[in-house]
Design a protein around this ligand. Sequence first.
Ligand code: F6P
Length: 540
Amino acid sequence: MSTLTKLLSWQDLKKHSKKMRNIDLKQEFASNPCRFEELSFKFEENLFFDFSKQLVRSDTIKKLIDLAKQRDLKNWIDRLYAGDKINHTENRSAMHTALREPANDSNISKKVQKQLHKMAKFCADIHSNQWISDKKITNIINIGIGGSEWGPKFVCEALKPLSVEGISVDFISNLDAFNLQEVLNGKNFQTTLFIISSKSFSTMETITNARSAMAWFSDQGGLNKDIKKHFIAITACPSKALKFGISEDAIFELWDEVGGRYSVWSAIGLPIAIQVGFNNFKKFLDGAHKMDSHFKNKPFEKNIPVIMAMIGVWNINFLNINNQAIFPYDYLLRNLNFLIRQCDMESNGKSIDREGLRTDYATSPIIWGAVGSEAQHSFYQLLHQGTVKIASDMIISIKSLHGYKEHEQKLIANFISQIQALSFGRDSKAASIIMAQQGVNKKQIDFLCPYKTFSGNRPISSILLSKLSPENLGSLIATYELKVFVQSVIWNLNPFDQWGVELGKEIANSILEDLNDNQNKSLQDDSTHKLVKKYQNQKL
Ligand code: F6P
């Protein structure tokens, strides 16, 4: 038994979960008129988190908080913000929260502020056509993958209505060159700026795409001397960027202590700052910092990331609900699940704990999702009546920025109705009454009733934003990041390394060598050998 599963609070939750397994949300609301208030939380005037449709009661939360306390969560939070080397397998601190702190006297803050000033100046130069004397940059192309893509890509999409006029941002990440071709098609090399975004500056996908982009630039008529203005880099390995041909003043730095999936707050966020202006980027950082302050200072009973994380632990470890779907109803948030799933699954998708022991409990949820409206018309069927229980986060801004009132109202009506349907379902009695009212005959009612019955009790958290602003978006993303951190503490994992993705990279490099020299040195098994042969012979 692991230290975690031996804990009294864990054992208590195990016992409690037997009683809670058949909880019925309709009855819970009927028996407790304060349930909504007890289990929902407002963050400033900007965000609202409703956990009342999760399969918990207030005493469940209390027990979960006891567990968090027994896991020494407060101390871990303090260590995170103090810059302790809690990334023990890489002997590093985790610095991302320092990126969104207001300027202070610490050495970290000085480094961060220096890069922020450089970003602010760069944005101003781009917007006033000073970066390349008197040439307007109209297209920004970010070349990066994973954390060097999803943060800026998602935020640029989400804040598109705030875009500076005349600037658009595209992203190239895939090794399949159709991605590159599609983005480059129709671009004018003279008005295009490439941002090569790679913490390591050695990721195969990024470096290959960057080389092809440089070749395209030259083919289009770009001169070597112009590369220094049209290609910039964001990296923790400036020497590699210099070697690649990027000029020193066009290199923005981040640091080893900033994990790729937590790097949107660093210079990796430059495409955002260019697209929506540096001031809006700053507000995005401020929103995240506000959530940090809440997280650091609020007691666990009122601490949103803590409650959210512990409900996740409850679903995964005590109710066996491992699927966590994310359904933003705002079209502009349509790719939220891509961002969160990297943060969550790359951080906690692990089974070896901080002591090097295999866990005897489940860890990271399986994160997936889609934008609400479309999802309703495809796979929500399984959510309502399938055999797998799925926990969902439903997210919406209550005030839209597009000005189409009818759309806004209908969207929110769908959002609320899905939450109601998934939580409370419809029993056979209600289904029969409705059919009778519709004039369906008794025989048909008896036949159709099982199909038209919904058990409900699908766990849901709903998150409401006052509007889709840079600040609110910063708070929202930070909430998820901090939730992941809390869960890592409960599960005794290091959320800041990602050894699991290294193996594939290593093998890909040796297979590539084999493909090139036809020697098949690295092939250790028959199946790999035969697959490689198929490619080498170009024949199936
Ligand atoms: O392979 C995983 C990963 O290391 C991610 O953690 C990271 O965000 C991504 O690759 C890109 O890495 P880099 O920024 O070094 O190119």
